[in-house]
Design a protein. Structure first.
Length: 114
């Protein structure tokens, strides 16, 4: 009887611990949004497709105009700084910034893979 209760208690505490670990896993937060964004990391790679080929870098404080954001958090849009072209960027390294009144970003068209 005691061994049965002990085994049930172990299963219950194991399940509770597994649930606690599952709930503690952080969910990706995409700080950037559609429109004008500023890089918050030291640098961020810009890519030809989500998780694709490296095409350059944006550095902290540089800007990206997101025109589409995928469900996975990748933004398609125009990168300023030394990049100056339409690319994909991981939006978790961005924060929404006020629009630049002096800049009208080029239209990157429908999102695509370069």
């Amino acid at each position: 009887m005691i061994s049965t209760l002990w085994s049930k208690w172990r299963v219950l505490t194991g399940a509770t611990a597994a649930l606690a670990v599952t709930l503690a896993i952080p969910v990706a937060v995409f700080a950037g949004g559609l429109g004008f964004n500023r890089v918050t990391a030291v640098d961020v790679y810009v890519r030809a497709s989500p998780q694709g080929l490296y095409m350059g870098r944006l550095y902290k404080g540089e800007h990206f105009n997101a025109q589409y954001i995928s469900p996975g958090g990748w933004g398609w849009g125009y990168a300023y700084g030394g990049v100056n072209r339409c690319v994909w960027v991981d939006m978790s390294y961005m924060v929404t910034a006020p629009d630049d009144p002096h800049a009208t970003p080029p239209d990157c068209g429908p999102h695509r893979f370069l």
